[in-house]
Design a protein around this ligand. Structure first.
Ligand code: ZN
Length: 298
């Protein structure tokens, strides 16, 4: 568990499109009209080569339940979809004041659950992309079947923080959209030292920032935070997810070798290091990957 059991959830925070994306995800990736998309794991143009099997795993994966049943933290501890609702609300409760302290206004990104495929402001997307953020419509997208793949295929732990980290990373891209750094990724999209990698590692750092502060920011209208104090095991769950989706791990799984020149997200070690930089560093300024001389040592 990671949520305080009595924290009240507002399921209207999340838009649930599961069960609507009937299409089989042939070939994967995004359809026409791609503007810019920031996936948790894949650069937008390598999706076809590396995508999640075929999106078919999402069929019939327990979405008969409705997120309107997500009422409180106990539900978030129990059910993945409720955990996404609660994580989004916790992220809102952290980022609003955190950005205000920097003189910036926070707007809530959309949170969309889907299965198979869905339309976005960045074009039509399938599960093969993995979780992603579309800056054109300022929404984050999650096929909930991905979270099973994270464990079964990528070897992450199945702990709640592994899943919450994924949501927090995508919110990190929204913060970057608000602060204006997000566009850098498109002009320098690959390589170990690229703007794309620096953008992704910063989103990991922002996820760590939230994780380090989530248990001390109260939920709206309450004195109690959404999240309980994290344990060392919780933090390990997040780190295991960060390592599992490092470019080095994914490349060696897909091609049997590692090629830093084509990295888009950074190595597993780097992703862990920047998550911890945010977790321990505690300020937005501690996440300045763009001025870091050595991405291996934040
Ligand atoms: Zn990302």
């Amino acid at each position: 568990m990671s949520f305080n059991e009595n924290a009240r959830l507002d399921s209207s925070r999340v838009s649930d499109r599961r069960g609507r994306g009937k299409g089989i995800a042939v070939g994967g990736g995004l359809g026409g009209g791609l503007i810019l998309i920031l996936s948790l794991i894949f650069g937008s143009d390598v999706v076809d080569g590396l995508g999640l099997s075929d999106g078919g795993s999402s069929a019939g994966s327990g979405y008969s339940e409705s997120i309107s049943e997500c009422l409180d933290g106990a539900d978030a501890n129990e059910r993945l979809d409720c955990r996404i609702v609660g994580t989004a609300e916790s992220l809102d409760s952290y980022w609003g004041p955190a950005l205000a302290a920097e003189g910036m206004a926070y707007t809530e990104p959309g949170v969309v659950l889907f299965s198979g495929r869905t339309d976005t402001g960045c074009g039509s997307a399938t599960s093969a992309v993995g979780p992603f953020y579309c800056p054109a419509d300022e929404q984050t997208y999650y096929d909930t079947a991905f979270f099973d793949e994270l464990v079964a295929r990528y070897g992450a732990s199945g702990g709640p923080l592994a899943q919450e980290y994924v949501v927090a990373h995508e919110f990190g891209h929204h913060i970057q959209n608000l602060t204006g750094v997000l566009g850098a990724s498109a002009s320098d999209p690959r390589g170990a030292d690229s703007a794309a990698v620096r953008t992704e590692l910063q989103a990991d750092c922002y996820a760590g920032l939230w994780a380090g502060n989530a248990a001390s920011v109260p939920a709206p209208g309450s004195t109690e935070p959404f999240l309980a104090e994290l344990t060392a095991a919780d933090v390990q769950d997040a780190l295991s997810a960060a390592a599992a989706i490092g470019d080095d791990r994914i490349q060696s799984m897909a091609a049997g070798q590692v090629n830093p020149e084509s990295w888009t997200h950074g190595s597993g070690d780097q992703r862990q290091a920047w998550f911890m930089q945010g977790y321990d560093g505690g300020t937005i300024a501690s996440c300045n990957t763009f001025s870091a001389p050595d991405l291996d040592n934040p």
